[in-house]
Design a binder for this molecule. Sequence first.
Ligand code: UDP
Ligand code: MG
Length: 326
Amino acid sequence: MKNIHLPTIAIVLPCYNEEAALPLSIPVLQDILIRLKSDEKISEASFILCVDDGSSDATWETICALNKQNNDVKGVVLAHNRGHQYALLAGLMSAKDTCDAAISIDADLQDDPEAIVKMVDHFRAGIDIVYGVRQSRETDSWFKRTSARAFYKLQSLMGLQTVYDHADYRLMSKRALDILSEYQEQNLFLRGIVPQIGLSTAIVYYDRNERVAGESKYPLGKMLSFSIDGITSFTAKPMRYIFVLGTILLFIDLFVAIYVLVAYFCGHTVSGWSSIMLSIWFFGSLLLMSVGVVGEYIGKIFVETKHRPRFNIKETTDQSYDSADE
Ligand code: UDP
Ligand code: MG
């Protein structure tokens, strides 16, 4: 029997001072929607949702004008500029109850929008989360490429699980969005939260282009603080490393003590050197270990205050959560 339920897809764009980019990027996305609708892959109710992140230019007026031309383009405006992650969350949460899946993409269309078609195909096959992953970083400068790699390494070393070379270009089913809404934390790092949701996932590779118009809102400084925020808002592992370091130092301390005592008894030392050496090493490592122990408790408080869901149910025998056509 032919399926009659076609999924409703929302394309969500966080927009900050994007008056120049939107008139170019929205028609491209509309074309993709029209194509998907006429191929009967998505429902006629599918739409584009632009979230104006408290822009200071005419972004909101542009969104309203686009909405007047075509009702497929909807808009939400935030009262303040809260940053890309919050604007995106606002969009996803606004769209969640009127769509079967939402796709987040930057307003500058640097991420190839054609990947949307493949994301929808995966969703129709029952996948809940589809990550857009960059095919290569050839278009990036050497510095951007190297620093990005270094940060991915640092993040995984610190216990933060992310998808390599995936930014925030992804599809999430309504189920995944419902679970996301239970993550109530203030310091938002979606790239860390989404892999924790733990439903079925797939990857779609795409090429990254230049901005269609306007300038980047993410200069180097903002990017650095975003990466560090990612680690500190996600994991308390750095504090555990302090404890481990203190323990290692205490161990080394034993050898230092042997060396100092041998030197002392052989008479190769000036007076006072041995006692200073022993106390510096011993108290240094003891202090680090103590900070580490305090850190373990702070780490627990840190996790408790986030009120993250303690488990996410993937499936039950009573109900199939297949998000594809029913
Ligand atoms: N953005 C936002 N709020 C901000 C900064 C950026 O909503 O405070 C949006 C921006 O409009 C764009 C996306 O986040 O849609 C990514 O920003 P941008 O393209 O400037 O970053 P880049 O691609 O240069 O890293
Ligand atoms: Mg961009």
